[in-house]
Design a protein around this ligand. Structure first.
Ligand SMILES: C[S@@+](CC[C@H](N)C(=O)[O-])C[C@H]1O[C@@H](n2cnc3c(N)ncnc32)[C@H](O)[C@@H]1O
Length: 487
């Protein structure tokens, strides 16, 4: 299962007047009560507290109000996800400091200290290693706070500064504000590290169930109480390509059959999800990777593929909308592809990294690697504007919303990786209903989660592939494809 390792870890060039071609984003609608009703009944013991003990009539009468309120609550989880990403920048970023990056071993030391603080255990005298780590961390915090006071054109610092000012009310330009930010960073760091230890324990508890299927189910909702993070990296896209290859080999997908796809939660590489890099501009990867893979496998024909991205994050949607606007004016989109040599990727992953983009652009000169970052290789790909223009972003919360699509407009493929893990079984079930409503009868959902299946919902697991990225523990994915029962 893909996880952050170090902390444990599309039509401007409207080539045809396509039936389903929409040059602008569509508006999402909330899941109707009638579609949710069988889920509410099946999961009566697992409903959110405010729905528990209510009759069907009471829930139905209040449905539109409940859904809108829940939508707002889910979207508020983005703030904590942003705070989590800021902790990643603090530990591993190099765009604001010359201090060394925190190593995996040091993360373990910091986690221990966070837990000891949390349970009020007094610390023994620090070892030389701990003292050095303390110094590095203080240096990183000082540099980050200085960066927030004077962010220049560092887009991550600009974003973090806005987070501090608008969400927290701290003024990085004043001494008192800077002190508040330092305290806030330290407490966020302790919170994130303590949570990571909790996730590691939950993963271990799931493993001890001794049943790989049960383990996968447990892990598939691991982040249900966590902030919604945007971070992304290349490797899940390698796993998606492997899944598509297998589906084609099994005759489930035919050449040229994929014309309209959705990427749910494409993400934004604020800090690279795998290694925490921040030495290149923020970028989205998955929509481009999906087009690249579909063309490589000849599952889609050039000029006949439309991609809609469905995300609830304004940052993700704004980023992709801007890329599309610029592409409509002829601007390419450049992605940087870091590969940690320490991670020792498997040969298949390295080959994927080497060929990434050959269907959608050309290799470009990558950004310079900062001195503080060692053992990394970077490739860059300049993606053609005609490709970028094929992506149409829409604001949508997959748990509670769907696009109202006529049958001929529905998706052949919906990809959702590292998103449904942030939800519990009830929310995942609602998401399955929304996916179902947008999918063609012979279409597939690809996800790296074990998702709830019900007799009343035709979507069910058809097959899966396991893709291992490296020899590091838990460094890989199970990609499951869900199709609709035809019997
Ligand atoms: C951790 S990132 C994963 C990015 C990418 N799919 C990957 O595998 O690397 C999660 C993405 O899902 C989006 N997201 C989270 N909850 C969502 C929801 N309920 N509906 C739509 N998008 C959601 C986030 O905004 C973010 O873009």
């Amino acid at each position: 299962m893909h996880q952050r390792y170090l902390l444990l870890t599309v039509f401007s060039v409207f080539l045809s007047t396509s039936l389903f071609g929409k040059a602008t984003a569509r508006k999402a609608s909330y899941i109707p009560y009638d579609d949710a009703q069988p889920i509410l009944q099946a999961l009566i013991d697992d409903l959110p507290s405010e729905l528990q003990g209510k009759s069907s009539d009471e829930i139905k009468a209040d449905w539109s109000t409940w859904v809108a309120r829940r939508d707002a609550e889910i979207r508020r989880r983005l703030i904590q996800g942003d705070e989590d990403s800021l902790v990643n920048v603090l530990l591993f970023g190099t765009s604001f400091t010359k201090q060394p990056r925190i190593t995996g071993k040091q993360v373990i030391l910091l986690s221990r200290a966070a837990i000891q603080k949390g349970i009020g255990t007094s610390l023994t005298a620090p070892s030389a290693e701990e003292s050095k780590l303390d110094e590095i961390l203080k240096g990183r915090i000082d540099d980050l706070v200085k960066g927030l006071a004077a962010p220049d054109n560092n887009e991550r610092l600009l974003f973090a500064r806005q987070l501090m000012v608008t969400q927290k009310g701290y003024n990085p330009g004043a001494t008192a504000g800077r002190d508040q930010i330092k305290k806030y960073l330290l407490s966020s760091l302790d919170r994130v590290l303590t949570e990571q230890v909790g996730y590691a324990k939950a993963v271990e508890a799931a493993r001890l169930l001794g049943d790989s299927r049960e383990e996968f189910y447990e892990r598939s909702k691991l982040y249900r109480n966590r902030g919604l993070s945007l971070d992304t990296s290349l490797l899940p896209d390698f796993a998606i390509e492997e899944a598509l290859k297998t589906m084609k080999a099994q005759g489930l997908l035919k050449e040229g059959s994929i014309r309209h796809i959705a990427i749910v939660g494409p993400g934004l590489d604020f800090t690279d999800k795998q290694e925490g890099y921040d030495f290149y501009p923020q970028q989205s990867i998955q929509p481009f990777a999906a087009i690249d893979s579909l063309l490589r496998l000849r599952l889609s024909l050039p000029g006949n593929l439309q991609v809609e991205t469905l995300d609830l994050s304004p940052r993700v949607n704004d980023h992709l909308s801007r890329a599309k606007r610029l592409a409509q004016r002829g601007r390419e989109y450049v992605v940087q592809l870091p590969r940690s040599l320490q991670a020792q990727w498997k040969a298949g992953a390295v080959q994927y990294w080497e060929r990434f983009g050959d269907q959608i652009g050309v290799s470009a000169r990558p950004v310079a690697i900062p001195a503080e970052v060692s053992d990394v290789k970077v490739r860059a790909v300049r993606i053609k504007p005609t490709v970028v223009s094929r992506i149409t972003p829409a604001d949508l919360n997959i748990v509670l919303q769907r696009l109202e699509l006529a049958p001929a407009e529905r998706f052949d493929l919906i990809i959702a990786t590292n998103i449904l893990i942030y939800y519990d079984a009830f929310e995942q079930s609602l998401a399955m209903s929304n996916v179902q409503a947008m999918l063609r009868p012979d279409g597939f959902l690809l996800a790296n989660n074990a998702l709830p299946e019900f007799p009343f919902l035709p979507l069910h697991a058809v097959g899966y592939v396991t893709v291992v990225y490296s020899d590091r523990p838990n460094d890989g994915e199970h990609i499951v494809w869900y199709g609709q029962k035809t019997d």
